[in-house]
Design a protein around this ligand. Structure first.
Ligand code: NDP
Length: 453
């Protein structure tokens, strides 16, 4: 049998790559991993983790105001961005070290530099050419800016995580996950935000009721310029803080300290040596794989944002784990993409699992819709005018709950548990016979009585 330097060579130490290497090493494989940047990938360094820390910071603004209704008095609080940045950076450095330890402690050889494919079983790392029986491409993605004159002046979420000064005002272009989350965060931290989005409702792909509700709720907090996009960006004379002038396609101009372009992400598959193999990519650079994550080149696999299926950390983790187990534990598992929950950490939070109403109706089957708009108990005293929305979609034939959507405090925490029930095939009757926890928002989901007409 042909011998290789390693059984498994992983390019990219983000969520998918680290999980796959760890599982492969635990199963006895000789593993190497290459990472040219920080360990933990987008999630740990420029995504989920720092974003959630920023989101916690931003929530305090509303909570301080809420506390007055509960009898607290205090001077107007002040926010210090450099403190948040420094504390966030310290936490990320701690996580980077943990990720590196996970790999090193299992004897995985770490290459802290860029790796490129040199052929079917060969990888070039620095001056070395290494051979491996199997190769996993877990190279992630990066923000993509829509093209317009001056777009080089706009920042992306990558830069926002390290912005030395927080501007007084900001324009956010986009209406997806990152735009909604960062617009909420920046608003909470005291920045005057204008969100510019080409559509009339935020968060395409989510249930229409959720989109309408969130668009109205966020529109009540900061300015939404809907049905528009930035056409041009220029830097004004530099007097003190940076000032940018954004011209929209409506002709309107907005002056702001920074412009954040949150218009999607693209797979990080350029300059990877793919041309030395038969690996194929789609127009946006996503690596084409089959249901076993095999590329068109035998022995080369790809997972996570690089394949652009469901670009969420837990999905990359699961995909990486499946590749490692199938290769080194003789399993033949396939990824189940049904009932993948997701949350948008805008304020208020959104979480969703299963089908939207439109998807359920497009599927041909009849469905019942249960909807509740309710005022969270906390806001009876806080005075905050921010209702929550809960929606269930039930397949009329099987009575299974096939969609569950929520906008409200800690929606992600709450929807995670319901996802387990839905994965087990829970029906509306199962929800109905479940005793609620009182008083919570979650109990609404088990007390929804009448479907919409
Ligand atoms: P999204 O795909 O969520 O949103 C991109 C936005 O950019 C959309 O509103 C889209 O508009 C708009 N857009 C795209 N092209 C253009 C264009 N040419 N002109 C004007 N607007 C345009 O991408 P994000 O960058 O927000 O996030 C990338 C992915 O990362 C997400 O899809 C998600 O999978 C993941 N993510 C997950 C998070 C979480 O789990 N909480 C948080 C952050 C990211 P339109 O809707 O009209 O297409």
């Amino acid at each position: 049998m042909k011998s290789y330097d390693f059984d498994f060579f992983v390019i990219g130490a983000g969520s998918g790559g680290v999980r796959a290497s760890r599982v492969a090493a635990d199963l006895g494989a000789r593993v190497a991993i290459a990472e040219e940047r920080d360990f933990g990938g987008t999630c740990v360094n420029l995504g989920c983790v720092p974003k959630k820390l920023f989101s916690y910071a931003a929530h305090y603004a509303e909570e301080w105001r809420d506390s007055r209704g509960f009898g607290w008095t205090h001077a107007e609080p002040a926010f210090d961005w450099p403190t948040l940045l420094a504390n966030k950076n310290r936490e990320i450095a701690r996580l980077n070290a943990i990720y590196r330890d996970i790999l090193a402690s299992r004897g995985i050889r770490i290459f802290s530099e860029r790796a490129r494919l040199a052929g079917p079983h060969r990888i070039k790392v620095g001056v070395e050419t290494i051979s491996a029986r199997h190769i996993l491409l877990a190279v992630g993605g990066q923000p993509w800016k829509i093209p317009f004159p001056g777009n080089d002046l706009a920042i992306t979420s990558d830069e926002l995580f390290h912005l030395p000064e927080l501007p007084d005002s900001m324009v956010v272009q986009g209406g997806g996950y990152i735009a909604c989350e960062f617009a909420s965060i920046l608003h909470g931290l005291g920045v005057e935000v204008t969100l510019v989005h080409r559509g009339e409702a935020l968060l395409r792909g989510f249930d229409a009721d959720i989109r309408e509700f969130v668009t109205a709720t966020l529109g009540g907090k900061f300015r939404l310029a809907l049905g528009r996009r930035i056409e041009q960006l220029e830097q004004l004379e530099k007097v003190g803080q940076r000032k940018l002038k954004a011209r929209l396609d409506s002709g309107e101009t907005i002056i702001a300290g920074e412009v954040l372009c949150a218009t999607g992400r693209r797979p990080n598959t350029g300059d990877l040596g793919l041309e030395h193999t038969r690996v194929k990519t789609r127009a946006n650079g996503a690596i084409e794989v089959n249901e076993r994550f095999e590329t068109a080149e035998a022995g080369i696999f790809a997972v996570g944002d690089a394949i652009d299926r469901v670009t969420l950390t837990p999905v990359a983790l699961a995909e990486g784990q499946i590749v490692a187990r199938n290769l080194f534990d003789g399993q033949t598992t396939k990824m189940d993409y049904d009932y993948i929950p997701s949350a948008v950490f805008c304020h208020p939070n959104i979480a969703s699992v299963g089908q939207s109403e439109a998807e359920a109706r497009a599927g041909g089957g009849e469905c019942d819709i249960y909807l509740s708009r309710t005022r969270p108990m906390k806001h009876t005293l806080s005075g905050r005018d921010e209702p929550a929305l809960l929606k269930l979609i039930v397949d009329r034939g099987s009575q299974r709950v096939i969609g569950l959507h929520m906008v409200g405090p800690d929606a992600g925490e709450l929807v995670q548990g319901f996802t387990v029930a839905m994965n087990c095939g829970a029906t509306k009757a199962d929800f109905d016979r479940t005793i609620g926890i009182h008083p919570t928002l979650a109990e609404e989901f088990v007390t929804l009585k009448n479907p919409l007409e």
